[in-house]
Design a protein around this ligand. Structure first.
Ligand code: C2E
Ligand code: CA
Ligand code: CA
Ligand code: CA
Length: 279
């Protein structure tokens, strides 16, 4: 047992070492990425369940690494959160979104609500609200509705502080969306009083909707719950027509997923907008 204990400790310290090395390397890479403009914002439309009409887009960060190719956000955002770099990256993203909104405006495209993912580090930063206020005055963003997506688990982690922040954000005219809903153990009491306009049902409940009676029951219940609390409800990760039809039947308001659109660069989205408006 002693021997095993020693091995376990050795493994542990090797893992830890590897983790630290990976973190330092990625952290340095992220710093460069901002300078060298390796980040991109991609957009995935949210559509009205009943008609398929685009009602908004979610901005999703992409890192085009010169050697490693496209790195998915799941591989660098946790590190950017740990190192605090998510703050600069988040402001970069909002600025980029503003530029895209301006471009669309100049092309005669009607302003579209944009959802942006916000991490706890950003939300809790003392200067966050002030800087956000300034960003809201930028021409592109000022013409549309900005929605902040905050995961359910974050919102419930630090309820008092989060509540105050969210109230102020709402007062600025932004909307708030609870992301990954159904995975974060909301208390019903808090959910009812939280200034949140939209619940986004996590894709883990959607991916096997056709086959899972349990997930059908959960999703129906979450849709009812959202509507009982006067909130809109979005399903993410919709990949099939069968899923889309079921979700529409349940009364889900908005749908998002590969069945409709994959996340795409802004230029591709411009093409989608222009082809829809028939210019
Ligand atoms: P999320 O906010 O839950 O975003 C939804 C994820 O589901 C996206 O992954 C999207 O590409 C993917 N997705 C969309 N439709 C489908 C589908 O039909 N099937 C499946 N299997 N997946 C689908 P992505 O872009 O890799 O982003 C992963 C996560 O990274 C996001 O999860 C979000 O938590 C985080 N993230 C992305 N951009 C940002 C950002 O700018 N700031 C912060 N703080 N986090 C971000
Ligand atoms: Ca999201
Ligand atoms: Ca989500
Ligand atoms: Ca997620």
């Amino acid at each position: 047992a002693k021997q095993r204990g020693r091995n376990a400790a050795a493994y542990y310290s090797r893992d830890l070492h590897e983790h630290i090395r990976h973190k330092l390397e990625t952290g340095a890479g992220l710093r460069q990425a901002l300078e060298l403009q390796e980040f991109e914002v991609h957009y995935q439309p949210l559509v009205e369940a009943h008609t398929g009409a685009i009602q908004g887009v979610e901005a999703l960060l992409r890192w085009r690494h010169p050697k490693k190719g496209m790195i998915p956000p799941g591989q660098f955002i946790p590190i950017a959160e740990e190192t605090g770099q998510i703050l600069d990256i988040g402001w970069w993203l909002l600025n980029e979104v503003n530029l895209h909104l301006e471009q669309w405006w100049h092309l005669g495209i009607k302003p579209i609500p944009v959802s942006v993912n916000i991490s706890i580090k950003q939300l809790q930063h003392p200067l966050f609200l002030n800087r956000l206020k300034k960003q809201l005055q930028e021409p592109g963003i000022s013409r549309t509705t900005l929605k902040l997506e905050i995961t359910e688990s974050i919102a419930m982690m630090n309820p008092k502080e989060t509540m105050v922040n969210l109230e102020e954000i709402k007062a600025l005219g932004l909307e708030i969306s609870l992301d990954d809903f159904g995975t974060g153990f909301s208390s019903m009491n808090r959910l009812q009083t939280m200034p949140v306009q939209e619940l986004k049902i996590d894709k883990s409940f959607i991916c096997d909707l056709e086959k899972s009676d349990k997930h059908q029951a959960i999703v129906k219940t979450l849709v009812h719950l959202a509507h009982a609390l006067d909130k809109k409800v979005v399903a993410e990760g919709v990949e099939t027509k069968a899923q889309a039809d079921m979700l529409d039947q349940y009364g889900c308001d908005l749908l998002q997923g590969y069945y409709y659109y994959r996340p795409m660069p802004s230029s591709d989205l411009t093409g989608v907008f222009l082809s829809k408006s028939g210019i």
